[in-house]
Design a protein around this ligand. Structure first.
Ligand code: S3P
Length: 171
């Protein structure tokens, strides 16, 4: 098994921001599946969804997950839907320890409603009902993580420190 730290969780749970900071503090590499998809395809996630649809996005995502899993000593931030594909979850489990970032639907709504936060999967419906509905479907998958950290109402630094503390006990 590789020694990566894999962050999973719903949109707006903070995977990218927490992952970058965690990698920096632990002096590990950082890999973000969404960022990698954009780099390799030369298109934004929004454009891929818009012009080619979700199925095309998911196939790009599986390729990005495979690239991530070939790494070692890295923090991997995944897109919120990446682990819904069982093959991706299995690969990620083999590549390191899985940490799920949780947040309440209200907190998620607050974070995804920020001006620069475009989430094609939610489209224009950032209602609590829609977020809760999607979240409910996904929680059973996120629950498969080795560790779960609730990020609701917490500063980035607090979340990062909590993860570091949890992983200390994992050594
Ligand atoms: C998605 C989450 C997004 C991005 C894409 C689809 C999802 O990433 O991969 O828009 O299915 O939940 P974030 O979780 O970083 O928002």
């Amino acid at each position: 098994m590789n020694n990566n730290i894999v962050l999973i969780g719903f949109m707006g749970s903070g995977k990218t921001a927490v992952g970058k900071r965690l990698a920096n503090k632990l002096k590990m590499g950082f890999f973000d599946t969404d960022e990698n998809i954009e780099k390799v395809s030369g298109m934004s996630i929004g454009k891929i969804f818009n012009d080619y649809g979700e199925i095309r996005f998911r196939s790009e995502e599986t390729l990005a997950v495979k690239r991530a899993c070939a790494l070692n000593n890295s923090v991997i931030a995944t897109g919120g839907g990446a682990v819904l594909i069982p093959e991706n979850l299995e690969l990620l489990k083999k590549s390191g320890v899985i940490v799920a970032l949780d947040a309440s639907p209200e907190e998620i709504q607050k974070r995804v409603s920020k001006r620069n936060s475009f989430r094609p999967l939610l489209g224009n419906d950032k209602s609590l009902e829609n977020i809760t509905r999607l979240l409910k479907k996904r929680v059973p998958v996120y629950q498969q993580a080795n560790y779960r950290v609730d990020t609701t109402g917490k500063e980035l630094e607090t979340v990062v420190d909590e993860i570091m503390e949890l992983l200390k006990n994992n050594e």
